[in-house]
Design a protein around this ligand. Sequence first.
Ligand code: 13P
Ligand code: SF4
Length: 339
Amino acid sequence: MTVLDDRITNGPDGYAGVVADEQWAAEVRRLADLRGATLLAHNYQLPAIQDVADHIGDSLALSRIAAAAPEDTIVFCGVHFMAETAKILSPDKTVLIPDQRAGCSLADSITAADLRAWKAEYPDAVVVSYVNTTAAVKAETDICCTSSNAVEVVASIPEDRDVLFCPDQFLGNHVRRVTGRKNLHVWAGECHVHAGINGDELADKALAHPDAELYVHPECGCATSALYLAGEGAFPQDRVKILSTGGMLDEARETRARQVLVATEVGMLHQLRRAAPGVDFQAVNDRASCKFMKMITPAALLRCLSEGADEVHVDPEIAERARASVQRMIEIGTPGGGE
Ligand code: 13P
Ligand code: SF4
């Protein structure tokens, strides 16, 4: 009998009713130790999941940590493509995700067949795919990137080569803006959560809080509006920061601002408030919650550790082809937040 046995009600999956309290955290840690597992959590996870993890970070940091982890088992508290990326990098390790249904609308916005057809139009182009893609898309890719190193990845490609950038149109446009590259072709995909943080909401919040800083994730529909506001002088240029989730944390540790408006998924606020307790962080859109990230519940994590499920498998032939592009991703760019 474990301490949690009497607290688990008989829901359909046998784990309903789990409360994320100290006993739960102790049981999670005990089971992780028994399995010799390390727990990784993305910055968008529920606060209780972030607090119980061994490592919390952005996509780049977690990929690097997964690749270097000495443990034989990785429990990935994030969405499916993240766990898949860990498996691609460490095929001999057991990679578990607490709920394999945790997908990603951005990863779903391009298939391997779509990418093959696009490549046929530009046979000499270099393909850069955001890490938010399936393993099959990564297998068709030359270099993967995350929002932390997308600019550096594109800058590493000779100027005269066409670049196909997929699947996020807002991140792609951001990279084109920063690099000034005309031969960067961008796929029209998007993340429904970030695309929903729109320019009007941002403008209203920014005008209501003229002294605040603005942290905007480059996947957001409002990234262009933020720069437009700054360009028009409606908001001071030096207070607008386009950042990955890890970059937001680095910036928060240094900031002198008393208030920061945050345009990204709301799970981010937990780490920001921990990093800088004296700063008032406010969501630009407090409905921007990713239902896929939130499928990793305390009950799902407990089930994962108790039953060793859901295990992530990647077809070995696809993994082999995808590995080079992911390996290049983790080699390029400064440390991601969390490392
Ligand atoms: P980063 O953590 O790399 O900024 O990614 C954000 C994201 O949307 C992950 O799904
Ligand atoms: Fe995918 Fe968007 Fe959720 Fe990130 S926030 S996992 S990009 S759906």
